[in-house]
Design a protein around this ligand. Structure first.
Ligand SMILES: NC(=O)c1ccc[n+]([C@@H]2O[C@H](COP(=O)([O-])OP(=O)(O)OC[C@H]3O[C@@H](n4cnc5c(N)ncnc54)[C@H](O)[C@@H]3O)[C@@H](O)[C@H]2O)c1
Length: 386
């Protein structure tokens, strides 16, 4: 499929690499000549490294790069079958771009957005033919992260969803279908991983090192929440949380933390600024975790219960089906297990009991148990049972 990409930043460049690797011809445009140069350099570096490691031959590396054409005008997208937008996260700028694109591409061309936080149905409304519009949300880096959330807008034609899904499968990636709701699957369900960890920190129940230790050593997560937030950047992670919170009409479940907001404001962004929850400057000493098993179990169970509750609620509201929810969290954020599968292992009644204990203690809407879990516990059902 001749694939057009707009925006040669980290996502656009990665999607170009993936599509060209799988034999698709790629046309890529960015309004910034510096971004184009950076993208070319990064593609050459990645492909050369793959060839050095023996993952592909030198000839393959050349052929892949040869399939990617950097162009100077959107008019060059006229014969594309699919165009994916990966530009700045700004609704007005994205809508203007789609209006312009529609005047250039053929009637059959599918238009896709890689937005993380905007409504796909709202972006589709900018098009004369919104039926051709879809959300294809890749994860960073797109070549290595196999998950792609496919988000049909309210207006999207079924055929467009089918073609887009098989394009992703054809490249060995894993499409999951998500309803056009804030955060789609992953950015919604993952919120308590950060939010509940911050709440535990804010209440002084444990420090960042202890919470990270509990989640990695007891929970089996690859990275603890604070190490991960420092890696993502506290500015970026805070903005996602705030966006999801506001998009859910200020549902207290997604309420941001002052601690993270202040870190972002202070410029303590994490690894990229040398300081965040941890100190990354040369010679810095970071605190050791308190490895008390009882405390660690409490932290892990509390955060995991909140994650499971969020996953169950996403299922309850038909954001995605059971299998797609579990696949999304395993492949979008590398969770050790699917959360609904994990709920079955712990026992649904235990999950309800854990949520009710938090509600009894805090009396906050933040800790309300999903009706799906409560109904299942009452009926003795499991997610993966008959
Ligand atoms: N970075 C991530 O982890 C990630 C993950 C999933 C989705 N996304 C989404 O993907 C999109 C791009 O993110 P990114 O991290 O690659 O950003 P980026 O800043 O690395 O790249 C964006 C590029 O778009 C170009 N651009 C901006 N406006 C343009 C326009 N009108 N026409 C042409 N080019 C334009 C910029 O010059 C820049 O090179 C955003 O919508 C973001 O929310 C990002």
């Amino acid at each position: 499929m001749k694939t057009g990409i707009i925006g040669a930043g980290s996502m656009g460049t990665g999607i170009a690499q993936l599509a060209a690797f799988h034999g698709h011809k790629v046309v890529i445009f960015d309004r910034s000549p510096e971004a184009v140069q950076r993208s070319k350099n990064s593609l050459l570096k990645i492909l050369n490294r793959m060839a050095e490691k023996g993952k592909i031959s030198d000839a393959d590396a050349k052929a892949i790069f040869g399939r990617i054409h950097f162009v100077e005008k959107t008019a060059s997208f006229s014969d594309c079958e699919l165009v994916i937008e990966a530009i700045i996260e700004d609704e007005g700028i994205k809508k203007d771009l789609f209006r312009e694109l529609e005047s250039v591409v053929s009637d059959k061309c599918i238009l896709a957005t890689n937005t993380s936080s905007l409504s796909v149905s709202s972006l589709a409304s900018a098009c004369k033919n919104p039926g051709r519009f879809i959300g294809l949300h890749f994860f960073n880096p797109p070549f290595l992260m196999k998950l792609v959330e496919v988000i049909p807008a309210l207006q999207t034609d079924e055929e467009v969803t089918r073609i887009s899904t098989s394009w992703i499968e054809g490249m060995g990636h894993l499409p999951v279908t998500a309803k056009d709701t804030p955060g789609f699957i992953v950015n919604r369900i993952a919120r308590p991983f950060y939010g509940e960890a911050l709440r535990i920190l804010d209440e002084g129940l444990a420090d960042a090192a202890t919470i990270d230790w509990a989640m990695t050593e007891i929970g089996g997560f690859r990275m603890g929440p604070f190490t991960l937030m420092d890696y993502i950047g506290n500015d970026v992670n805070y903005t996602v949380t705030e966006t999801v919170y506001n998009a859910f009409f200020q549902d207290p479940r997604y309420k941001p933390s002052f601690t993270q907001q202040r870190l972002a404001m202070a410029g303590f962004l994490g690894r990229k600024s040398g300081r965040g929850y941890y100190d990354y400057r040369n010679g810095a000493q970071n605190p050791e975790p308190d490895k008390s098993r009882e405390k660690g179990e409490y932290i892990f169970n509390r955060i995991l219960t909140m994650l499971i509750n969020e996953a169950a609620d996403a299922l309850h509201f038909n954001v995605a089906n059971r299998d797609d929810i579990d696949t999304a969290m395993k492949y979008g954020v590398n969770y050790p297990k699917g959360l609904l599968n994990w709920a079955d292992e712990i026992g649904i009644a235990t999950c309800v009991k854990n949520m009710d204990e938090l509600t009894d203690l805090y009396r906050e809407d933040r800790y309300r148990c999903s009706p799906m879990l409560r109904n299942m516990a009452a009926e003795n059902k499991t997610f993966y049972g008959d």
